[in-house]
Design a protein around this ligand. Structure first.
Ligand code: HEC
Length: 150
């Protein structure tokens, strides 16, 4: 009896604790429909994302007058690139600038140098792009060489 009561009590506490963190701007419940990777690759090309990006493991036709430095998408990362992070990187690029690049190379006054596509990119194109890009990230947990001191 006591065990059941304790169990119920801990569930109540859990619900109270998590319930309190649910704010109106919480991403809880956010889920876009599935996309199509092949269409995403096509969208990447016709929107000319490769003007500024390379994608690990992909070859794209060269764009005349493209002005590198390129920002690589995909490749080896130490933590999962989540769906939410990729969607945000495309529709709100200044929210968090790509890691590993000097701010003055990829942004100006805190604003990402990436174009704003929000006025004409369809939701379908967005989901297709994300599904195309996500598998190009290869998550590798960093190996630390621990040195055991005697
Ligand atoms: C004019 C150049 C330019 C174009 C065109 C461009 N981007 Fe970017 N993009 C950038 C720059 C610069 C960054 C790095 C700064 C940042 O994170 O916003 C970036 C960052 C990103 C990131 C986040 C990378 C990371 O490691 O966090 C994604 C994803 C991305 N772009 C996708 C796209 C897609 C998809 C398109 C085409 C619809 C596109 N970009 C078109 C310049 C561009």
């Amino acid at each position: 009896m006591l065990r059941e009561m304790l169990g119920l009590l801990s569930i109540t506490f859990f619900l109270l604790a998590t319930g309190c963190t649910r704010t109106a701007s919480s991403p809880a419940g956010f889920r876009l429909p599935d996309g199509d990777a092949a269409n995403g690759r096509m969208a990447f090309l016709y929107m000319q994302c490769h003007q500024c990006h390379t994608v690990a493991g992909e070859e794209f036709p060269e764009i005349p007058h493209a002005d590198p430095p390129y920002v690589e998408l995909g490749g080896t990362v130490s933590k999962v690139k989540t769906y939410g992070e990729l969607v945000t990187a495309i529709i709100n690029p200044s929210h968090e600038l790509a890691a590993g690049y000097a701010a003055e190379i990829v942004s100006e006054n805190g604003e990402s140098n990436m174009y704003n596509y929000n006025g004409y990119m369809t939701v379908q194109e967005l989901t297709d792009l994300v599904v195309f890009l996500q598998p190009h990230y290869n998550v590798v947990t960093p190996k630390y060489d621990y040195r055991i001191y005697p």
